[in-house]
Write a protein that binds this ligand. Structure first.
Ligand SMILES: Cc1ncc(COP(=O)(O)O)c(C=O)c1O
Length: 405
């Protein structure tokens, strides 16, 4: 403690005030709910108020909050060992077991997993990998795509408003139009990789046309560019299949995972073939390194969460649950609903209307928010364990909110 003044002010302030004072803020209007407990579909605040979670920590808690198997795995691994050495040196059984389990559920060429701490780091690793493997420097990405907040990920982010303040960014980046066939001609023999979300999330749930994503795959193959699919937000059953790309009948050269990957703990991954991945290991050696990537406790948690997703067959009912939402999300103020599985965007006339609806929902104990590039759309991406009753209740609250003056 550096002074009595600081000591006194800390003692007088409540947690909310301390949060605003001492925790770096990302906006001038944080939700600032103080949650003291979370379990399954629900969170409870310090006053004991319960919230139904319609956004799953932004597509993280697919198996629900504090899944008992995840908590147990964390406790057991923490007692065994935590950090030992930087990523890649020791054989750490939680990493090995999780990488093995993941690759069993992926196409054959996606057989080598590089674990990171976050989604953005997976994006960064994949961009470096593509440059190194192809010997090319250009990267193509899509307008209205979000891939993270680090410099490389920001460089490919598909919205100038968010990019502009941080220029200069990476050179050699081309932004294409999602679902636009003409745009594909911009992918050439100079393109190291094309990075696309399998379903654009922050764009407000933009689902690719099957023909278009096939054309994208073909163009990448024809030009020798790697196709990197970002399933950081849409993976792990959220769209009604384990991986979104399965629904379109294509396979990526590199797959990006994050968010739900850690079962509630921080974990990301870029996954490719052993051959492609090998290029990061030499000339220079240690081409991509991380201290904490693939932390053993997080890998143990992620594996337990993934196993729970499989054991509870949570993916099976996603499409049926989507239909319940679509059936009950009916109100004159709702302009449209876009969805693929339990990734849903409810469009209102404006951000002002959306914000009013969201605030009312939170007031009534239904937690939701909006999308970065579609502020007029409400986000619905609940844990996959949500029940039909909970969906009907949430929809009733949303419609009630939409009807408020
Ligand atoms: C599609 C997508 N890619 C990448 C990221 C970045 O992940 P992280 O926030 O873990 O860095 C996000 C985060 O929202 C995302 O939605």
């Amino acid at each position: 403690m550096f002074s009595n003044f600081a000591k006194n002010s800390v003692e007088c302030m409540n947690n909310r005030q301390l949060f605003l004072q001492h925790v770096a803020q990302t906006s001038d209007a944080p939700l600032a709910l103080e949650i003291v407990k979370a379990e399954g579909m629900y969170m409870w605040d310090a006053a004991g108020k319960r919230y139904l979670d319609l956004i799953a920590g932004i597509s993280v808690c697919n198996v629900g909050h504090c899944h008992p198997a995840v908590v147990k795995a964390i406790q057991e691994q923490a007692q065994q060992y935590m950090h030992l050495l930087v990523y890649g040196e020791f054989v750490q059984s939680p990493q090995v077991a999780f990488a093995s389990l993941l690759t069993q559920h992926l196409p054959a060429q996606l057989n080598c997993v590089y674990f990171t701490n976050s989604g953005a780091e997976a994006v960064e690793g994949a961009m470096k990998l593509a440059k190194r493997y192809t010997g090319r420097t250009e990267i193509a990405a899509f307008n209205r795509s979000y891939h993270g907040s680090t410099q490389g990920a920001l460089s490919i982010l598909g919205d100038e408003y968010w990019r502009n303040a941080y220029r200069p960014l990476l050179p050699g980046i081309q932004h294409l139009e999602y679902n636009n066939f003409d745009s594909l001609a911009l992918i050439t023999e100079h393109t190291a990789a094309v990075i696309a979300e399998s379903v654009q999330a922050e764009g407000g749930v933009n689902v690719p046309q099957r023909k278009w994503i096939h054309a994208l795959r073909e163009r990448c193959t024809a030009t020798g560019a790697l196709l990197i699919l970002d399933e950081i937000q849409c993976g792990f059953g959220r769209n009604g299949t384990l991986w979104a790309f399965e629904q379109f009948g294509i396979e990526p050269d590199v797959l990006l995972l994050g968010k739900a990957l850690g079962g509630g703990m921080p974990l990301g991954a870029f996954i490719s073939s052993h051959d492609i991945m090998w290029t990061l290991t030499n000339n220079p050696v240690l081409g991509h390194i991380t201290t904490f990537g693939g932390h053993p406790v997080n890998c143990a948690a992620g594996r337990a969460g993934f196993q729970a997703l499989l054991d509870q067959d949570l993916v099976k009912d996603v499409k049926a649950k989507e239909q319940v939402f679509l059936q009950y999300l009916r109100h004159p103020a709702i302009k449209s609903v876009r969805s693929l599985g339990l990734m849903i965007a409810v469009e209102f006339e404006s951000f002002a209307v959306n914000k009013k609806v969201i605030d009312y929902c939170i007031e009534k104990g239904v937690l939701t928010d909006w999308f970065l590039f579609a502020a007029e759309c409400m986000r619905i991406a609940p844990p996959l364990i949500i029940t039909e009753e909970e969906i009907k209740w949430a929809c009733a609250v949303i419609c009630e909110a939409a009807g408020q003056p």
